[in-house]
Design a protein around this ligand. Sequence first.
Ligand code: DHK
Length: 157
Amino acid sequence: MQPTHENGLPKQRHNILILNGPNLNMLGIREPDVYGFKNLSAIALECGEYAGELGCTVDFRQSNHEGELVTIIQEARGACAGVIINGGAYAHTSIALLDALKILEVPIIEVHITNTFKRESFRHHSYISEVARGVICGFGGHGYILALDAMRALLEE
Ligand code: DHK
């Protein structure tokens, strides 16, 4: 039998994986003029609270390792209803992440803290965008909240 949430729905129907790539664990310390002062734990907390208001749960993860990110994505199969991903620099470089995301059959939303299109040209292309239903960039940590809203709407479709 599928695990169920308090509301009786199967858990994976509204469990959302929020996956963060390299250096995002350094938010708040890392180039605050570019990425802001909010750290990833604060963002995780806000996402957890907001997801609760939406009737969802979140699995908020971060890794600096490409292979580990691939494994987390593979394990999301059947365990979550959608994926919100900030691949960090791997968004611009990783065919492995793209291939892993292609295996999923759930909606994917890409997030970037910064407006990558206002930055260096090497940040203008993202492999993840090829499989994302949509991309949210340039709104700082609030982008994750916007992505949760968008995901909730997609899951209600
Ligand atoms: C985060 C990173 O670590 C960069 O490598 C990307 C992205 C942009 C962000 O804005 O969240 O280029």
